[in-house]
Design a protein around this ligand. Structure first.
Ligand code: DAH
Length: 349
């Protein structure tokens, strides 16, 4: 006991000195690497602390306890100091980085210009909303589909002359970029139970030389209505209601017979554009009538191929190009402008 005392005291003093030194060294570090070196130096396996503790074996039991406890305190204190300094360094480095980048976090943010929906998308949405209010579901077409769906299922068998006007882009395995949204008719008929009320808005593709009125890619809206006792008058009423809603005023319509293999009788609907402004009058060549859409009573064979008994049910269908109404409505003179991807054009609407 008597001889151990000074040794104990000596080691305790060494520990105090060590802590003082560590404190100063840790506080003066300038980077995480330096700080880590200091941590190892004071608390690692080969640290000065370890060296001091080596002398502990010559101490009395009480001395061992006292020095051991102090050594633990010192170690914990050093680790605490390292942790604190690490936070200081991190804060400094953020400050340094923002100064270097001249990032003033108090500045208000930049206004990011808002995008705008394309005019065709806006009018598609309007069309869908109107038909939905009238009880129609919306179904989107497959852009690439089979010969069966695009042609055969709408009564255009192989070799039928009507194929010529709808000939388009084929994939190597014999699929087709749909030439009309009528390609969805068969799927719609098969997947719905009467009463069937479905509109099919979607892109269609034609092998077409482009000019101000023609694009190889355009947008059609197909409609299918099937139930018991559906008549021609229902078709006229539905379409007139739609166009009146679309233009926000009562619109007169006119039917003229025409041929489509998938309807009988079939024809074209013209709308009375005399109240719709100059660009409509112009495009109607001053007649006040604009031919807009093909329609008719669904051919019994088309119903049959869709799994619907034509002796029980009847229905009508139509298809129109959305651009045909959008162009005069917004005085767009060239259909190619619509699909050019020109932002100045898009932002006008
Ligand atoms: N599919 C025709 C076309 O692209 C448009 C059409 C006409 C659709 C008559 C119909 C219809 O559903 O009954 O020219």
């Amino acid at each position: 006991m008597a001889t151990a005392k000074p040794d104990t005291q000596k080691l305790l003093t060494e520990l105090d000195d060590l802590l003082l030194k560590a404190k100063a060294n840790i506080a003066s570090t300038d980077s995480e690497e330096e700080l880590d070196q200091e941590r190892v130096r004071y608390t690692g396996r080969k640290s000065e602390l370890t060296t001091i503790l080596r002398g502990i074996k010559d101490l009395s039991d009480d001395g061992k306890k006292e020095v051991g406890a102090r050594a633990n305190e010192v170690k914990e204190k050093v680790l605490e100091l390292v942790e604190k300094q690490s936070m200081v360094l991190r804060k400094k480095s953020v400050e340094r980085a923002s100064k270097e980048e001249e990032l003033d976090v108090t500045l208000p943010g930049n206004k990011i210009p808002q995008g705008r929906r394309h005019i065709i998308s806006q009018m598609q949405e309007r069309t869908e909303e109107i038909f939905q209010r009238m009880g129609f579901d919306v179904v989107y077409p497959y852009e690439i589909d089979t010969d069966f769906n695009n042609f055969q299922a709408v009564n255009i068998p192989e070799g039928h002359p009507a194929r010529d006007s709808w000939d388009t882009f084929w994939t190597e395995d014999g699929q087709i970029a749909i030439t009309h949204t009528s390609a969805m008719q068969n799927r719609v008929l098969r997947s719905h139970e009467p009463p069937i009320r479905v509109v099919v808005p979607g892109r269609t593709f034609r092998h077409e030389a482009t000019d101000a009125r023609h694009e190889h890619t355009f947008f059609q809206v197909e409609g299918v209505y099937v139930d018991k006792g559906v008549t021609f008058a229902d078709m006229l009423g539905t379409l007139q209601t739609f166009f009146s809603e679309f233009f926000g005023q009562k619109i007169g319509i006119k039917f003229s017979p025409d041929f489509f293999p998938f309807v009988e009788p079939g024809g074209m609907i013209s709308i009375d554009v005399s109240g719709l402004g100059d660009s409509f009058m112009e495009i109607s060549k001053g007649t006040g009538w604009l031919e807009i859409l093909g329609c008719g009573m669904i051919h019994p064979r088309v119903l049959e191929m869709g799994g619907i008994d034509p002796n029980v049910y009847s229905g009508f269908a139509w298809g129109f190009g959305l651009e045909r109404v959008v162009m005069p409505k917004f005085a767009i003179e060239d259909i190619r402008l619509i699909y050019k991807g020109d932002l100045d054009f898009v932002r006008q609407f």
